[in-house]
Design a protein around this ligand. Structure first.
Ligand code: SF4
Length: 700
């Protein structure tokens, strides 16, 4: 006998539906869910290999305290006691939670409730800060809310799709498949890829613009001026629904001739793009980590949004700016306040009305009153001793944070570190004083939200190994041991019902996120929940598929804001460190490979880390194909990786993938090269613009 379970892929933000089939003998196979509106049956290489990653190698099976296996009671009592003692002695801001876009919304909800409503600090942030915080900040500046205006279908309906800083072919593969299929059906449809590298995605492009690193503000500012010259503005939309257009244009004019140099593109290349954008009504502009992971990431997002507001191309079929989230539940985390500067249900911590509302709903004794530490600042506070107790859930910051060596040293020196993870063998889990074994994909139950605001269920089809338990249970148990009420959940359905009720609590339409139609959901309906897009407000049977076609933004005056931008790209290279390092993903691995590394098939695609280097640079440095290359950053780190000579990017630029860890390649922990430089508004690190030098490596 075989039984089938419908669930959702745990990798990227496309959020594909998966059917898992389990035989009586325990064999698992997976296929795409033909009924899921994100993928309609498709899966990419990572998704289709999910069954190969379910092995028990390295799994955390039981709680471990100081290296010794123990009982749940002993471990949970210890965590609760140490957090209580630390808070009593040093105050609530001496503790912190560092979460993950891998967590389910229910896990995130409990973590936020515990930290922001009961401990009384907002020191709770997430590795999603590393993938989409600039989009959140840009959305909030322009729209007054963190709202993605469109849907995946818009990419198929558009006549022009512009991909900025996105290797969608490898990083959001099923959405890329949908785009490629639409383009194949409609030969008139055009794709422009704006990316310093030539990638698998740019193979689809009618025009590839190999933009200089961080040249995006200059390019989209110039596009704004070009749209005026081409008389393609929607003046009615600008007048009726926006503020700040004149100031944005004046700022773009002041940038003036700096445009050309900052983009690194020829006049002909830029004009070709401007004409296409101007002359095409149905335009979708997708942006991802190449935009977000920058010290000027928020400004880049707003430069793009400015052009869509100016043309009124937003919220209509086939039109709009579209942020692609990296992780499976980056969006769900945002919905429950998983960022240090946000509250649950898209409420804002600096807003006293919002704080009071959440406090009343939770009956919270110690509501946080100010934003907490964002990811990079949080680990800085661990390093300088302000944070004395740290709980890390489902993520591996020793590998993935910028300034990774300093982060590792900070965690090693922190007086009390708890790690909840399904793996006991990550670089971070090995440093824990207390390791709590977590249920993994296929074992846990909850919801995730994809890049188009679609909430889907992850459902279990395997029994967790050992005594592993879900993350929400870890936190609810600790909260109860700390003496807090309101954490006696017995299932994720109860948590989801509470989250849905809070989203509608005193929400008279002033907030975009609202799923109060599900506030009273019971276990049976939760089990049967079909994928749906938010909002689904109480008493309304239909959702809002697209936002803002007729304005109605979420600033108090209901108007969007143009943002005046004169942001020059940072110049970080010098004679000593003349090359710009870009980092990113490969097709078949996910994050630090704790799951995809278990599949021989996935590992066979690219077996080891490498540095892409232009043949001209390589010749100048005496580097031949497949040589070992030492790459050093001005910041101080060094890695040794294999040379891959390619003209996929221009001379002066390098690329190294981000996945390999200290565990599998001791000298390829790429984020040890990356300084802790962040966007001032979003706190997102600049992971794609690192000044480095390179030389052929010779062992001593
Ligand atoms: Fe999973 Fe993303 Fe691939 Fe879909 S596209 S199967 S969500 S990794």
């Amino acid at each position: 006998m075989t039984h089938e379970v419908k669930t959702t892929c745990p990798y990227c933000g496309v959020g594909c539906g998966v059917i898992a089939r389990v035989t009586d003998a325990g064999d698992v196979s997976v296929s795409g869910d033909p009924d899921h509106p994100a993928n309609f049956g498709r899966l990419c290489s990572k998704g289709s290999a999910l069954a190969e990653t379910l092995g028990l190698e390295g799994r955390a099976l039981d709680p471990i305290v100081q290296g010794k296996t123990t009982t749940w009671d002993e471990a949970l009592d210890l965590v609760a006691g140490r957090f209580q003692e630390t808070i009593a002695e040093y105050g609530p801001d001496s503790v912190a939670f560092y979460l993950s876009g891998q967590l389910l919304t229910e896990d995130y909800y409990v973590a936020n409730k515990l930290m922001k409503g009961f401990i009384g600090s907002a020191n709770i942030d997430t590795n999603s800060r590393l993938c989409m915080a600039s989009s959140v900040a840009g959305h909030r500046r322009a729209f007054g809310s963190d709202t993605v205006p469109g849907t995946y279908e818009d990419l198929e309906l558009a006549d022009l799709v512009v991909l900025v800083g996105s290797n969608m072919g490898w990083c959001h593969p099923v959405l890329y498949q949908r785009l490629a299929a639409a383009k194949a059906k409609r030969p008139g449809m055009k794709v422009v890829v704006i990316d310093p590298r030539r990638t698998a995605t740019s193979d689809l492009a009618d025009l590839h613009l190999s933009i200089a690193p961080d040249g995006d503000v200059a390019l989209f500012n110039e596009l704004l001026l070009s749209l005026m010259e081409q008389r393609k503005l929607d003046e009615g939309y600008i007048l009726g629904n926006t503020e700040g257009f004149e100031e944005a244009v004046a700022a773009a004019r002041r940038m003036g001739l700096a445009h050309a140099a900052a983009t690194g593109l020829s006049h002909e290349e830029r004009q070709a793009f401007f004409r296409l954008f101007g002359q095409t009504e149905k335009v979708v502009t997708c942006y991802s980590q190449g935009v977000n992971q920058s010290s000027i990431g928020t400004d880049k997002v707003n430069a793009i949004i400015n052009c869509h507001l100016a043309t009124g191309r937003i919220g209509r079929p086939g039109m709009g700016p579209f942020s692609l989230t990296g992780q499976p539940n980056a969006m769900g985390g945002r919905e429950v306040g998983g960022l240090a500067n946000m509250l649950a249900a898209h409420m804002v911590i600096e807003n006293p009305t919002h704080r009071e509302r959440v406090k009343r709903f939770w009956n919270a004794p110690a509501m946080a009153e100010k934003p907490g530490l964002k990811a990079v600042d949080m680990f800085e506070a661990v390093a300088d001793g302000r944070i004395k107790a740290l709980w890390i859930m489902s993520t591996n910051p020793v590998v993935s944070m910028p300034d990774a060596d300093r982060v590792k040293a900070a965690i090693e020196a922190c007086p009390f570190v708890v790690v909840s993870d399904m793996q006991a063998d990550t670089d971070t889990a090995r440093l824990a004083h207390v390791l709590l074994p977590a249920s993994g994909w296929g074992e846990k139950s909850g919801t995730v939200t994809n890049s188009e605001r679609r909430i889907s269920r992850q459902r279990p089809f395997l029994t967790p190994p050992g005594t592993a338990r879900p993350d929400w249970w870890h936190m609810a148990q600790v909260a109860q041991r700390m003496g807090f009420s309101g954490f006696d959940y017995t299932s994720p359905a109860e948590i989801f019902a509470e989250h849905a009720a809070l989203s509608g609590f005193e929400n008279d339409g002033e907030r975009d996120f609202d799923i109060s139609a599900h506030a009273g959901i019971d276990q049976a309906d939760y089990e049967a929940l079909s994928p749906f897009q938010w909002p689904q407000r109480h008493g309304q049977s239909r959702t809002t598929t697209r936002f803002f076609a007729k304005g109605s933004f979420y600033h108090a005056d209901r108007k969007a804001r143009f943002i005046a931008l004169e942001t020059a790209p940072p110049c970080r290279t010098d004679k000593a460190f003349p090359l710009v390092l870009n980092t990113g993903r490969v097709r078949d691995h996910w994050h630090t490979m704790t799951r995809t590394g278990k599949s021989a098939r996935l590992s066979a695609h690219l077996a080891e880390p490498f540095v892409e280097i232009h043949p001209r640079d390589a010749a100048g440095l005496g580097i031949a194909e497949a040589d070992l290359v030492q790459v050093e950053s001005a910041h101080g780190g060094a890695v040794i990786v294999r040379a891959l000579l390619t003209d996929r990017q221009k001379p002066g630029r390098l690329f190294i993938p981000m996945h390999w860890t200290g565990e599998t390649a001791a000298r390829a922990r790429i984020d040890s090269l990356v300084p802790a430089v962040t966007d001032a508004l979003s706190g997102q690190p600049a992971l794609k613009h690192v000044p480095v030098k390179a030389r052929r490596y010779q062992a001593a």
